[in-house]
Design a protein around this ligand. Structure first.
Ligand SMILES: [Zn+2]
Length: 601
């Protein structure tokens, strides 16, 4: 029972006032789009936008500059051309007032029709692509929004190109017409990509939700096997959060000669795949990993989210320090879910988990960039890498996955295998997404970890989230009766500490110089062409160290900016680590309970 407080009374009065004035409420303008593809062969989508019922003196139309889930300013307005506006059949001016804003004087005008073309030729899961085989509309780069009307509904009519037959999207259809769609607001529209073409569509039911898979581009996939295994992923992920909030969900899969990557949305996802990858076991399990990752996001980041990530500001960067939860934990679960759904073995799972540790430990940037900072700077660093990124940054996916594992083990250990990170995720989802109907703050997530682990995590955060301390992996893995050992600990192999590409053909051009390696200390630079070592021409970088030892002094001849240089270099030890997991002898009942909860073994 709830106490009736004065605040509640005031709210009731406000509510009554709202109801009593509802009859006089201003009817918002109607927004309708028509999408046609008269020049699909030249990669254009043509948009006609009608805004009617206007009662305002001016109308600003805006294009988002980024697409949520992909933290980079992409300037989608760069693809717009030939924008014109008409009212009552007459042209009206629509000058640009900023890089992504068109301004229309609507004094005395109730209906404006705006037409524009969108050049769509960037192959990725977050950008639009049109050719005669299909139209993929990444909606943030296709539909202008009227300033101040992000909460308004809109309708979308699609006129398909020639023989295109099918629309795949999570947007609601009007009646049974798949070519007429509606969106309740722009957050939904911008979170609902649209695939139009002749894609191969099949479905399955899982967790009480209707799933649709739209396969563009063909491929050697086995539909029946996919239906069965994708349903297992869905069920295992739903079990983490305790409910699946969608009625229907759409997987749009772009199969190309070579493809990968994915982008999450509220009720759909776009996946990239290689046409032939389903044929091998590793290719198939990798595809299921991508499915598990993007589908997990429908909870983690789309609903349970950092407070700035929804509602979004579509016109600027939206900064958060929590992508290590939003992306890193999703990366952790993409492996764990495949294990829990028994799609792969304990050994395969442990191999992947330790693989993440190796990736983190071998990257010099892990000693430079704290995890929270990697998240905050995603816009200018992770999404804008350069030749030195490996030395200066760490991936919030890789280290976030590792930290997720540590916290999971901490909670399982504290509760004797009764609770896990799953319980934190479910609690946060229920408390913030469903309860408070907002995102979480960094402090709120930390409190939840502390609640379930029964520990103060100030030190953990200071060391591993906001700091650069080395991670004591074996403390955490020991909770489950495992330890990792470095298979290369006793090695003393020399290395030059540089990577070189083979482009242009036959030339060894330095592409990366490893921080604190021999090349770094003795002055080899990115861009150098390595010509010879001790007078012997270099034809193969992989055999360069044959017969050499740590401490050897060599002379590396390079060409830099057209000039020859001779660099004396002292070879240093290759400090790469290669951890491997092994079981501790005589595990205790507590360790076995944690292991059972973690690995379902
Ligand atoms: Zn992700």
């Amino acid at each position: 029972m709830k106490t009736f407080k004065p605040l509640a009374l005031a709210y009731l009065i406000l509510l009554l006032m709202k109801i009593s004035t509802a009859g006089a409420a201003v009817v918002p303008p109607k927004i309708a789009y028509k999408v046609t593809f008269p020049e699909a062969q030249a990669h254009y989508a043509d948009i006609e936008m009608t805004v009617s019922g206007l009662k305002q003196p001016t109308l600003d139309l805006k294009m988002p500059v980024w697409t949520p889930g992909s933290y980079l300013i992409r300037e989608f307005a760069k693809n717009i051309e030939s924008l014109t506006a008409t009212a009552n059949g007459k042209a009206v001016a629509a000058p640009k007032t900023s890089k992504n804003t068109w301004h229309i004087n609507t004094t005395g005008i109730s209906t404006v029709v705006v037409k524009y073309k969108v050049y769509s030729f960037e192959v990725s899961v977050r950008t639009s692509f049109v050719d005669i085989t299909h139209g993929f509309l990444s909606t943030t780069g296709i539909f202008l929004f009227p300033k101040g009307m992000l909460n308004q509904p809109s309708s979308i009519k699609i006129i398909p190109y020639k023989d295109w037959t099918t629309v795949s999207t999570s947007l609601e259809k009007v009646g049974d017409d798949q070519f007429t769609l509606t969106s309740p607001n722009f957050d939904i529209l911008y979170d609902s990509p649209i695939e139009v073409g002749t894609q191969d569509v099949f479905g399955f039911d899982a967790a009480g939700v209707k799933y649709e898979v739209a396969m563009y581009g063909g491929g050697n996939y086995d539909k029946e096997r996919l239906k069965k295994d994708m349903a297992k992923v869905v069920e295992a992920e739903t079990a983490v959060f305790g409910e699946n909030p969608n009625k229907h969900y759409t997987f749009i899969v772009h199969n190309r000669a070579r493809g990968g990557g994915g982008l999450e949305h509220l009720s759909s996802t776009v996946l990239g795949a290689s046409r032939e990858q389903y044929g091998s076991e590793s290719g198939y399990i990798n595809f299921l990993g991508l499915v598990a990752h993007e589908h997990f996001h429908l909870w983690n980041v789309k609903r349970l989210r950092p407070i700035v990530l929804g509602p979004f500001d579509y016109e600027t960067e939206n900064y958060t320090t929590n992508l290590w939860i939003a992306e890193g934990f999703t990366a952790y679960y993409q492996n764990l879910i495949r294990r829990h759904a028994e799609l792969y073995s304990v050994d395969s799972y442990l191999g992947d988990a330790v693989g993440d540790i190796n990736t983190v430990e071998n990257q010099p940037g892990t000693k430079v960039q704290p995890l929270a900072e990697a998240s905050f700077d995603a816009w200018i660093k992770a999404y804008r890498p350069n030749e030195n990124s490996y030395n200066t940054g760490i991936s919030y996916y890789d280290k976030g996955a590792v930290v997720g594992m540590l916290l999971d083990l901490e909670i399982m250990n504290a509760t004797g295998g009764k609770q896990s990170l799953d319980d934190v995720m479910k609690y946060m989802y229920n408390t913030y997404y469903k309860g408070k109907k907002r995102g979480y703050t960094d402090a709120e997530f930390k409190l939840a970890f502390e609640k379930f682990s029964g520990k103060n995590l100030d030190d953990f955060y200071a060391k591993y989230i906001n700091g650069l301390a080395p991670i004591d992996y074996n403390k955490y893995l020991g909770y489950a009766g495992y330890k990792i050992t470095d298979q290369l600990a006793d090695s003393n192999n020399p290395t030059l500490g540089v990577s070189a590409s083979n482009q242009p053909a036959g030339k060894k051009i330095v592409s990366m110089v490893l921080r604190d390696g021999a090349g770094w200390k003795d002055g080899i630079s990115v861009g150098d062409e390595i010509v010879s070592v001790d007078g012997t021409p270099v034809t193969d970088m992989t055999t360069l160290m044959n017969g050499r030892k740590v401490g050897d002094k060599i002379t590396v001849a390079v060409i830099r900016d057209g000039k020859p240089y001779s660099l004396p270099v002292t070879l240093l030890r290759n400090n790469r680590v290669q951890y491997k997991a092994e079981e501790l002898p005589n595990p205790t009942a507590q360790q076995l309970a944690v292991r059972k909860k973690w690995l379902k073994q």
